[in-house]
Design a protein around this ligand. Sequence first.
Ligand SMILES: Cc1ncc(COP(=O)(O)O)c(C=O)c1O
Length: 388
Amino acid sequence: MLFDGLKPQAPDALLALIGMFAADPRADKIDLGVGVYRDETGVTPVFRAVKAAERTLVETQASKSYLGPEGDIRFTDLLKPIVFGAGFDHQSVVGVQTPGGTGALRLAAELIAAAKPGGKVWLGTPTWPNHPPTFAAAHLTLATYRYFDQASQTILFDEMLAALKGAEAGDVVLLHGCCHNPTGANLTAGQWREVAALAAGRGLIPLVDLAYQGLGDGLDEDAAGLRAVLEACEDVIVAFSCDKNFGLYRDRVGALYVRAKQAARAELVLSNMLALARPNWSMPPDHGAAVVRTILDDAALAADWRDELTSMRLRIAQVRQALAAGHPFLAPLAHQQGMFSLLPLSPEQVGTLRKDHAVYMAGSGRANLAGLTLKTVPQFIAALKTVV
Ligand SMILES: Cc1ncc(COP(=O)(O)O)c(C=O)c1O
């Protein structure tokens, strides 16, 4: 039988944690596991601007006929100034809509493999756990650079540079654009410039994964690293997700952009992206991108989206400050950004927090700080004090 050849696969550990959390009867349980934003009331809200755009779409959408493998072109165009900056030469960038940031990464992987079968992709450690299998699925060669020391909560920048000096022309280097997942630790502006110069000097291709723009220091600030890379390097790949910064997680909205300095090369890249999208998802799902397009096409809705995103960003920063002020163990969190930090806890300590205090987080120590509120921070710190 065909399926007898399959090997059993381990269930996703984070999904298992969701199940355990749901089954826990304790009223004061805290969920720091699943990677979604939550507000002061513990809800992952639908943005006001998204609701308004959805009402408009229900009223005005005249057809649900196919778009095309490139998706909603106005959507990818309207995002360009947000991602690349208002003054950027947008003609040099080609982009297609993808099912989420994951779709963008998978399409990037296939594009790299089409250009250079078995090509090498450098990933930092630790990184988002879905990065390695996504590139491996396109039969690319994976290499790693050490990025972060969990115990001291510091970026290992010298080690990172030393490793990347071993990369060869045409190798791809994956960089988290902002709000690093899982560590929350991001390169400084000077470090971005050094990495960009190294990539340019050695002919490496930066692939910037920008999944949390606007949830760190602000929309423009969170793209500053990407813009340093664009300044230095000719060819740059950007995997973008709207799932967090528009709260559209299940609608799966993203885009893959490539900036190629030579126009002919950009056209060549675009034709390949379209050809590779066809046997994958043929055409991306429309709804989420239509919502983003509707918001960005309307000045009032766009302003409201920015306001709501700002309040989310400030809430996360406030929780970080409260944690850092509450216990010396958490002090580094004040200098990190975004929803995640990788706490220096052992799996045993994480287990004790779950069993004895109903605090749920990944065994790695990754905590989604958006799962806390100013009210629950003291409870979390009290629990933490029993293990550290
Ligand atoms: C670093 C990083 N890249 C990409 C993604 C993919 O996001 P999406 O849900 O849009 O596929 C995530 C999601 O968690 C992520 O953390």
